[in-house]
Design a protein. Structure first.
Length: 517
């Protein structure tokens, strides 16, 4: 999806967990961007019509023998280049500079001091800014071709620019929410330095996606797995618009979904989409597979395996199906493995990434693979989907199993399902459900002493997790009004049997993840 007429910025993946987040920030500014592996060649960038390049960060050190690198010709092809963190270090090393282990590591917020020569990269920005640092190495020496344009107390070369080539590098991360003016830095690079016009809109993505689906599918039949979430809903809507009645949907009831979710999904999709919907009732099979399993990764693998088995059985009932549509998103891909062959580190397995195509011998259709959650919601609105679908909070593929720390049992599922329903109900009634990214309950493997009706209790602890995020790649915990927190605690303890204590999770992502498992 890269027409020659579209301005495109290439984000080169050097192993960063947030390479896709950089691409998201570029698109947010109205410029299309795609992520490419570090093996991409200058001639590839020319053929793709790339107008600017951004080098991502990464976990490696540039002086390691097998550290990821780029073709150094990229720095001399005349394209504007912005190196971020590892990208800065790699660029300066390639141009004759020296990168060493930093005397003082920087992880977290720092104050950036912009020099009088800050130039176009920092145009219109204050001389002191809060930025997010995450590095153990630093640029110690550069050639006379580079000049320092910003620094921090512990990082003298926090931002550099080349004197004759359009090369810029920053040690901090402008793509994360913890750098408040980071978007402005990226916009300055795109519009002041690269001279791009912007103007990309999701409407054009929808048109391209539908046309691409029609081209790929031809006259074939497509199966789509529905989960009740916005991702699968938007995929179904896109595919339905492209192929009409040749779309067949499958909903797997794994017994791990929210209260009343199955009935709502059936009602919504049969009533709204008018598609052929098959429901596979398999709760007992999933619970049997999870019996006694406490390791989070093993849970995900078993749920994923059983999902494939159940889905396969139901798919065989649909004659003539050649294609499988999935709601895979950028965060799914980057947290499982690098989507483009890059060296990104695996965080956790996502059950909807891989497996099904090989098992069922289907050709894969993933129209959302390049998108973030907020972009998917925007597409949902463009397609005219109802708000109850578009703004449904994200829900993990393995369901409530990863909101039970420890072994999954019917009794624990009952507790966490009821607790989850109370959290969602209170958030909805207070109007906070549309103000946050996600809100849910987690059942902890902890029992504590309590007093109920003058009697001693020894019961479960529920954690309430409420976060704000733009795309799920980074998140901050949300400060809720005191009266809402009190109602949540009171209802959870009074209405959920087996719970005598409620705690509130105040961790951000990073370093934590949004889900507990």
């Amino acid at each position: 999806m890269n027409p020659a007429s579209r301005e495109t910025v290439a984000v080169i993946d050097l192993g960063a967990q947030y390479a896709q987040l950089i691409a998201r920030r570029v698109r947010e500014a109205g410029v299309w961007s795609e992520v490419y592996p570090c093996t991409v060649k200058p001639e590839d960038l020319e053929r793709l019509g790339v107008r600017a390049v951004i080098l991502s960060g990464g976990p490696a050190s540039v002086y390691w023998e097998n550290a990821p690198r780029v073709d150094e010709r990229i720095f001399r092809m005349g394209l504007p280049v912005l190196g971020i963190c590892y990208g800065l270090q790699l660029m300066t090393q390639a141009m004759g500079g020296e990168v060493v282990k930093a005397d003082t590591r920087e992880f977290g917020r720092a104050t950036l001091h912009v020099g009088k020569n800050g130039g176009e990269l920092f145009a219109g920005l204050p001389s002191e800014m809060t930025v997010w640092m995450s590095h153990g190495d630093s640029v110690r020496g550069v050639t006379a071709d580079f000049e320092r344009i910003a620094s921090t107390v512990d990082c003298p070369n926090a931002a550099l620019s080349h004197r004759s080539l359009p090369l810029f590098g920053i040690q901090f991360h402008p793509e994360v929410a913890h750098t408040p003016r980071g978007k402005d830095v990226i916009r300055n690079f795109l519009f002041r330095i690269a001279g791009l016009r912007g103007g990309f809109a999701m409407e054009s993505f929808v048109e391209d996606a539908i046309a691409q689906i029609r081209t790929n599918v031809g006259n074939g039949n497509v199966i789509c797995g529905l989960s009740g979430g916005v991702d699968s809903a938007v995929v179904a809507a896109l595919v339905h618009r492209a192929v009409g009645s040749r779309l067949h949907c499958i909903l797997v009831d794994n017994g791990l979904m929210r209260e009343g979710e199955i009935d709502r999904v059936v009602e919504t999709f049969q009533g709204h989409f008018h598609v052929d919907l098959h429901v596979a009732r398999a709760a007992d099979r999933f619970l049997s597979r999870l019996e006694g399993i406490v390791d989070p990764e093993e849970k995900r693998k078993r749920i994923g395996h059983e999902f494939i088995e159940v889905f396969s059985e139901k798919a065989k009932e649909i004659e003539g199906a050649e294609f499988l549509a999935q709601g895979t998103l950028y965060p799914d891909v980057i947290e499982s493995h690098s989507a483009f062959g890059g060296p990104s580190v695996t965080i956790k397995t996502h059950h909807n990434v891989g497996g099904l195509p090989d098992k069922l011998h289907f050709k894969l259709v993933e129209p959302l693979r390049m998108l973030f959650k907020d972009e998917v919601r925007e597409i949902g609105k463009t397609l005219g989907l109802p708000d109850e679908i578009v703004f449904r909070q994200p829900f993990p593929g393995p369901g409530l199993a990863v909101r039970i720390l420890g072994a999954v049992t019917p009794e624990k599922l009952s507790v966490v399902r009821k607790a989850d329903a109370i959290v969602l109900d209170e958030m909805r009634q207070s109007g906070w459900d549309r103000k946050v990214w996600q809100s849910f309950a987690v059942l902890l493997p902890v029992s504590t002493v309590g007093v109920m009706g003058d009697e001693r209790t020894y019961e479960n602890v529920v954690a309430v997790r409420v976060v704000n995020s733009e795309d799920g790649m980074t998140a901050d915990w949300t400060y809720l009004p005191e009266d809402l927190v009190r109602r949540l605690s009171t209802r959870l303890i009074n209405e959920v049997r087996g719970v005598n204590r409620v705690v509130f999770d105040i961790s951000s992502k990073p370093p934590s993840t949004i889900e507990w498992e």
